[in-house]
Ligand binder design. Sequence first.
Ligand SMILES: [Zn+2]
Length: 413
Amino acid sequence: MKLELSKVVRGCRLGVLTGIGQTGQHSLEVPGCLLYTRCATVPHLTQDTLHTLSSLPAVTQVTLDSLAEHYEVLEEFKEGVRKFSGLHDTALYCSLQDPAATCPTGHITNKTVSVWGSGGRIELTVAKFMAMQAAILPDFYQSMADGETWQANTSRKRVRKAVDRTLAHLDECLILHHKTQELKQAEIFGVVEGGDIREERVRSARETAKRPVAGFVLDGFQSAAMEQDLRSQLITAVTTELPQEKPRLLQGVGRPDEVIECVEAGVDLFEGFFPFQVTERGCALCFNYIIVPDPETAGTSPPTVLESNGESPAVEKLKENGDSSPENMTQFELNLKDTRYREDFCPLVEGCGCYCCKNHKRAYIHHLLVTNELLAGVLLMLHNTAHYLGFFRALREAMAVDRLQDFKTRVLQ
Ligand SMILES: [Zn+2]
């Protein structure tokens, strides 16, 4: 794969990642996100329902923890998880952990990491990790990593050990990668660890960059793990050490405000799990990302999403109705379980082109949620995915016309 940057402004990178996939037929615009899946399927959606959405990311993320239990079946199947799961034409990226799942810590050794399936813990050596990759057949994947140093107050000694182990795992992965016929067309991303210790982050980035990797995974920056200022400083320290021509994928960050901050720190790719988390709490993304037109063209454009809906920002509603707010709800979403939507006959977002917004009203989604109908998840997932992809599209457009600050102001409004 090849990253072609069309613009770099104060660390923000706009471009296209081309040549992804076995025949190099896929490309992905950056900054962008991958398509999130669990057990290699987008939660709540069939492939046909999913493909009612336009402009889906060209790369689907599968997670080793959700597939590890099916390793023997996949190995016997021999044609990889893309065919096994009936995925349409897409490139595949395989990560170690599901970014939307929490897994128990404390099970890492010098030679192994653990993932958790429905049947419990599965311990992986590098050999087993690579055998699983050979059965999954991704187009690119992260190397095995010790990613347990994201919690604040992890000791310097433990962080150093995580960096050393992760580099050792990468070296071992690279040796096996080149020996494995099934992975001949695939590429490896090296993982940058280092917790919240700047020197270890820099060391991890420098050493990983010396290896023959196709790109970099920035691990241990999860939303809950650290303050945004510290995260931005550390990511900037890391990306400064990385070669310009290779992509940087950030794990575990999906909130729109945090995405923008991380793009400013030099990140290219994100995991697309945020719409799924919003769906699971019965919420709909409704934040505004459409920037007001230039003064020269003012007055000729249609009203923006929230203006046309007559909405006040969702965060104000939260304060009014704090009791019914689901835990972890962000300012970017509406809680459709709230009784205020029982007789709200507006679409989730006025002007949204998704199937849900074109065919259904908020009152109906509210009804589906309170009666526990599975269709609620289907409709919310469709809308939330569409809205989130629209956010990334608008982010790239704003960067292209040098209006990232306006865009940021609009999203944070
Ligand atoms: Zn919609």
